[in-house]
Write a protein that binds this ligand. Sequence first.
Ligand SMILES: Cc1cn([C@H]2C[C@H](O)[C@@H](COP(=O)(O)OP(=O)(O)OP(=O)(O)O)O2)c(=O)[nH]c1=O
Length: 193
Amino acid sequence: MAPHLYLASASPRRKQLLSQLGYEFIQFAVDADETQLDNEPPLEYVERLARLKAQSAVAKGYTDKPVLGSDTVVVIDGIALGKPIDQQDFMRTMARLSGRTHQVYTAIAMADPAKTLSTVVCTDVTFKTLTEQEMQQYWHTGEPLDKAGGYGIQGVGGKFVTQLSGSYFAVMGLPLYETEQLIQKFTEGYYEQ
Ligand SMILES: Cc1cn([C@H]2C[C@H](O)[C@@H](COP(=O)(O)OP(=O)(O)OP(=O)(O)O)O2)c(=O)[nH]c1=O
């Protein structure tokens, strides 16, 4: 029997990607404090948040199925970038990403009352050099606001990407291969009784 899951996420992309794996699941948003700790490296930060999202749902009483949580950050110059807070913040981010390679870290975590398993997928993404006008126009599509690093590779933002090494699906919010592996590992023997 295929495992039934909870998806502790508000993201429509994660919903779409988890559906692609063929699982039945119930999706809901969890409230987690996404503040990065002082001197917390981006890799540890993103994994802690994914675990926190999954564990918060378990703590809220979602205990009859495993919970999947995830988090994505864009990393450049050692800084983890979340969603842009306004146009100015977005323009600063685009200026940083323009003509350079950055990393996208997506963490996935599965939790139940007994255990939590997690992993992080790292992908290199290279952007073309962007003009001021391209950045302005992109902002006005409305796409950047709810995306880490201010772009969506699966949308209009895809035209800025000249190269990618790693997982396209992880950049979009949920790595398909690694999520499948994690679910299998987590639920081994789970549904046999
Ligand atoms: C870089 C990139 C990010 N994103 C999205 C994926 C995530 O939804 C979002 C990163 O923000 P997250 O805080 O990881 O996720 P979220 O707030 O959307 O959902 P939740 O915390 O409830 O799970 O950015 C894209 O859709 N495309 C991209 O190319």
